[in-house]
Design a protein around this ligand. Structure first.
Ligand code: 0X9
Ligand code: ZN
Length: 419
């Protein structure tokens, strides 16, 4: 009976090969997990959250004070429904089996397609390879740059774009920080899309935008976390540092040294989402990146990309106090949203401080940059979507909006003589 034996060997080989290439042996598949949007009063939402978190396994994402997305483990679905109805919350089913969505986000591994494109989501090495390739294609006016390091020894890589100008003056710096939250996959994707447009677009407005600034663009400033979302847990948000008690990761957008550890920050290392770290800048990613940023002279814009809420946030994030150029920030931000709107006729919901229109949060990069470096124009875009799974076939849709939103920022700031 040679045949069954051979078949067995062949099947085992194929299984091992496929699982190693695809990584299905360890990637948490979230089979039969459902995802819901839940709205209602914040007390009810908190009760729901506390009740489900006692059992572990379900994941909450708060998109604002009165709404949250919850990813519910199959064994908790009945309990979830009961509590939601007891608390009189409105529940909308987003996905009946999240594993099916997750499966289609990445390029099909066996296709062997490892060149970055904007119809799938790619892991860190492919993004880095793309940055390296373009820096070689445009050697006179781009450079591969390193903004810092990660816990697992990766470099935080970015691209500097600085076209030569005749008059010898230095240009203002436009800094883009993207992907600080690992699971917000649309952020690195639109950032590389934006880089590509700056480098290749023949639109005179985009060319002018490119030439106006000295760009420092970092698509994935939390590379360990991002890699982990590709290889183990799609919903990972934090870094991958290990705490003394064995729990992993801190929220890199709660770890900056400004009002650290206050609003919307957990001090519990095992908290899945908002553990702020053991001290300000405990994470090597925020520590090294902040030191890189501090050395930049003449920074005019600092923009970060997150998802999802379809809002434009400006400092301060953890208080309702308004910064001195608040009115200008609103005006420039509104111009940006108007430019973005024209691309697909879809409007962002709001613009304002995080404390006023989302929820207060301390220790974020935006507040630190604004307060420590006094950078005049600082924004956080919460990109569009109703979950962390923006369809890969529609990356370019938001990519084109981002290009126009950046153009809107620059155009209005120029009018207002910020540069
Ligand atoms: O909570 C956050 O860090 C951001 N929202 S997210 O859903 N992407 O996690 C909002 C941050 C607003 N505040 C700062 N940027 N500091
Ligand atoms: Zn985020």
């Amino acid at each position: 009976m040679l045949f069954p034996k051979l078949t067995l060997i062949l099947c085992t080989f194929l299984y091992v090969h496929v699982t190693q290439v695809v990584g299905v042996d360890k990637y948490k598949d979230y089979k039969n997990y459902k995802s819901y949007e839940v709205t209602g009063n914040s007390n009810g939402l908190n009760n729901l959250k506390n009740a489900l978190q006692e059992d572990g396994n379900s994941i909450f994402y708060f998109g604002g004070v009165s709404s949250t997305e919850v990813v519910v483990a199959p064994e908790l679905n009945i309990k979830f429904r009961e509590i939601a109805s007891r608390e009189k919350l409105n529940v909308t089913l987003l996905y009946s089996d999240i594993s099916k969505i997750i499966r289609f986000e990445k390029p099909w591994p066996l296709r062997g397609k490892q060149e970055l494109s904007w119809d799938a989501y790619y892991d860190v090495p492919v993004i880095n390879k793309y940055l390296k390739n373009v820096s070689r294609t445009y050697p006179t006016w781009t450079n591969l740059i390193v903004g810092g390091q990660s816990y697992e020894g990766r470099q935080i890589r970015g691209l500097r774009i600085n076209t030569p100008i005749d008059n010898g003056e230095t240009k203002p710096v436009f800094f883009i920080e993207s992907g600080i939250h690992a699971r917000e996959w649309i952020a690195p994707a639109v950032t590389t899309y934006f880089i590509n447009q700056l480098l290749t677009s023949s639109d005179p407005n985009v060319k002018r935008l490119r030439d106006q600034f000295d760009w420092r663009i970092f698509p994935s400033v939390n590379p360990d976390g991002y890699h982990y979302t590709h290889t183990f847990d799609r919903f990972w948000r934090k870094t991958r540092s290990i705490s003394p008690n064995g729990c992993v990761g801190a929220d890199p957008n709660r770890n900056w040294d400004y009002n650290w550890g206050q609003e919307s920050s957990s001090h519990e290392p095992c908290n899945y989402q908002t553990y702020c770290g053991s001290q300000p800048f405990s994470e090597i990613e925020t520590r090294s990146l902040s030191s890189y940023i501090s050395r930049i002279k003449n920074m005019l814009f600092y923009v970060s990309f997150h998802s999802y809420a379809a809002v434009l946030l400006m400092p301060l994030s953890d208080s309702r106090q308004h910064v001195e150029n608040y009115d200008d920030l609103i005006r420039i931000g509104k111009a940006s949203l108007d430019y973005g709107y024209k691309v697909n006729n879809v409007r962002y919901k709001n613009i304002g401080t995080a404390a006023e229109i989302l929820y207060p949060a301390s220790g974020g990069s935006m507040d630190w940059v604004r307060n420590t470096l006094r950078t005049p124009l600082v924004y956080t875009y919460e990109l569009r979507g109703n979950s962390f799974h923006w369809p890969p076939s529609r990356i370019t849709e938001q990519g084109d909006e981002v290009v126009q939103m950046m153009l809107g920022l620059a155009t209005e700031a120029k009018k207002m003589e910020y540069f």
